[in-house]
Design a protein around this ligand. Structure first.
Ligand SMILES: Cc1cc2nc3c(=O)[nH]c(=O)nc-3n(C[C@H](O)[C@H](O)[C@H](O)COP(=O)(O)OP(=O)(O)OC[C@H]3O[C@@H](n4cnc5c(N)ncnc54)[C@H](O)[C@@H]3O)c2cc1C
Length: 233
């Protein structure tokens, strides 16, 4: 059920120079949501009501708070508001919304994200691990520069907990020091056989469109393709 609710900023954790994890404590009863859902944030800006969508990056099993993973865009109306919020300050949301959710399919799972498109997967992976998911979970995460990377320690923890989970992190413009994968995320998806996979794609519009077309060309069936576009709504 969609609800309007208030939440208080509990903490703000820097992930990169411009990307933050914001944890919010429920002001009253927790609002039930599923991994992959998003909330709509409502803020006042110069007398206008500004509404923006943000994927929830915590697992629903976390009852004390919920998390968002935000890139603060300079001059962005919600970005500027959120950046300047103080701990304990209250903000209003609506939700949950969205169809980008886990199914009860027992197929392998391929997750593809760029930038803050990683947010819903930070709630989905622990949810699958808590449920004892038995098939493979492969997470492909692409950014432009090494300094744009975040949540790598979290990926390592999940890999140690469950041999079925594996992360593939790629940097499209790496420095000489970078020892990991390089190039765009799409280059690393090219060789994959995805016929028996559920595919989840999240991030900016161009990446989502390209990966979706690539997966369709590889034979992915419509019900197995899930995507979330971080465009303005
Ligand atoms: C389903 C969904 C889920 C999403 N989840 C996330 C998420 O998990 N994390 C996340 O970070 N984003 C997410 N987004 C994107 C988010 O909703 C916003 O679009 C984003 O945060 C930008 O909003 P804003 O109000 O800060 O910027 P806006 O005010 O909408 O501005 C948009 C752009 O214009 C630029 N701009 C604005 N004003 C000026 C100005 N005066 N001069 C120059 N440039 C200007 C800003 O820098 C910005 O680049 C999601 C979107 C959708 C649809």
């Amino acid at each position: 059920m969609i609800q309007k609710f208030a939440a208080k900023l509990l903490r703000s954790i820097p992930l990169t120079a411009d990307t933050y994890q914001l944890d919010f404590a429920w002001a009253s009863e927790p609002v039930p949501y599923e991994a992959g859902h998003f909330f709509l944030l409502e803020v006042e800006d110069g007398g206008d009501k500004v509404t923006r969508a943000y994927s929830i990056s915590s697992a629903p099993s976390e009852k004390e708070f919920f998390s968002l993973c935000l890139k603060f865009l300079p001059g962005g109306r919600a970005s500027e508001y959120l950046k300047n919020m103080e701990i304990g300050q209250e903000v209003h949301f609506q939700g949950p919304f969205g169809h980008f959710k886990l199914t009860d399919s027992k197929k392998d799972i391929l997750m593809v994200a760029t930038g803050t498109g990683i947010a819903p997967f930070i709630g989905m992976v622990p949810t699958l691990l808590e449920q004892g998911f038995k098939k493979k979970i492969s997470l492909y995460f692409g950014v432009r520069f090494e300094e744009d990377l975040f949540y790598l320690a979290q990926f390592k923890t999940w890999e140690k907990k469950n041999s079925k989970f594996k992360s593939f992190v790629t940097v499209s413009r790496p420095t000489e020091k970078w020892k990991g994968l390089s190039g765009r995320v799409t280059e690393h998806l090219e060789p994959l056989d995805i016929k028996d996979c559920e595919v989840y794609i999240c991030g900016n519009g161009d990446m989502v469109k390209t990966v979706k077309e690539m997966m369709e060309a590889k034979g992915a069936q419509k019900p197995d393709l899930h995507f979330e576009l971080f465009t303005a709504i």
